[in-house]
Write a protein that binds this ligand. Structure first.
Ligand SMILES: [Zn+2]
Length: 310
């Protein structure tokens, strides 16, 4: 099993959040790990993206030192191996975790954690470094140059995450032109918070993979383009349910996109916030969208082929 779309800062152990907060003297809303869960996991009936994003507040307060980044990256690989995964692409935004350190120190810490995890588990894994929508051009360029510097040394690709509807994808043309010039592989979060225009911009930048991309269904012409250009969608069903990509999950277009011939893969996005894992995602789409084991196997094979890990 393989996960192509998994955020480190959305996927670490509640116990670790608790311990790091204690070490850092951060006041907690509850004095037990169980008590913390409502503050870091979305409720099953999550009503809005805001309610979802609130759950990042506490994790992002504690993942702000190189030591914390190394620890959570390592622990995540241990957890994924225990769940039966043999390959994973872990992503995070170094700037968001930098605290008083610089991005380079944070990336090196994540690589240390990654290498320890790979050694212990035998998994294949790599890091995708995310620029952030809303960050300065300089900060995002710094992230991109770190991808270039550490490519093949733990880092596998570049991405941009954050508030897609506020900071539109087309604003980042220069950043991705630079990524292309540097020969850095990338994926782009597009078609989650924003619609077809965002996806078109990402494709015009030359992206061959899209984070989510699910809102391609709103534009039949674009669906055809995505299919014909063999663009791979990193779909995260339970996260999409929580962030209200569609108003009603019975209208969720996963089955439609798959049957149309678009290359769909299934991923978790944020295991802690969404209280999910890859097996849960598979069960979810079997139950609600009647995917068969054979179809899930096919999506897994698509993901292996599309992986930035070679
Ligand atoms: Zn994501």
């Amino acid at each position: 099993m393989i996960d192509l779309h998994l955020h480190i800062d959305g996927s670490f152990r509640p116990q670790t959040i608790y311990e790091l907060a204690k070490e850092m003297n951060i006041s907690l809303p509850a004095d037990s790990v169980e008590g913390l869960l409502p503050f870091i996991q979305v409720p099953e009936d999550c009503r809005s993206l805001e309610e979802y994003l609130e759950r990042f507040t506490l994790p992002l307060q504690v993942i702000r030192t190189p030591a914390a980044v190394e620890r959570v990256t390592y622990e995540l690989l241990i957890d994924l191996a225990a769940q039966g995964l043999d390959q994973a692409e872990l992503r995070f935004a170094p700037k968001s975790c930098a605290g008083t350190a610089d991005q380079k120190e944070i990336v090196e810490a994540a690589i240390r954690g990654l290498n320890r995890g790979i050694q212990e588990t035998g998994m294949k894994a790599g890091l995708i470094l995310c620029a952030m929508r809303g960050n300065s051009f300089e900060d995002n360029m710094e992230t991109l140059l770190l991808v270039k510097e550490y490519l093949g040394k733990g880092v596998i690709a570049f991405d941009i995450a954050g508030a897609e509807i506020v900071f539109k994808t087309h604003l980042y043309a220069d950043l991705f032109a630079k990524a292309r010039a540097l020969g850095v592989p990338y994926t782009i979060h597009a078609g989650e918070g924003d619609g077809p225009e965002s996806i078109k911009a990402a494709l015009d930048f030359g992206a061959k993979r899209l984070g989510h991309g699910i809102r391609v269904y709103e534009d039949p012409e674009l669906m055809k383009r995505v299919r014909d250009e063999k663009i791979v969608l990193e779909v995260c069903p339970i996260s999409n349910l929580h962030t209200k990509v569609v108003d009603d999950m019975k209208d969720y277009p996963l089955r439609k996109l798959f049957d149309y011939g678009i290359l769909v893969t299934i991923n978790t996005d944020n295991m802690t916030m969404s209280n999910t894992n890859l097996k849960k995602e598979y069960e979810f789409i079997k139950k609600h969208y009647h995917f068969t084991d054979e179809e899930i196997k096919q999506m897994n094979e698509t993901a292996y082929r599309a992986s930035f890990i070679k």
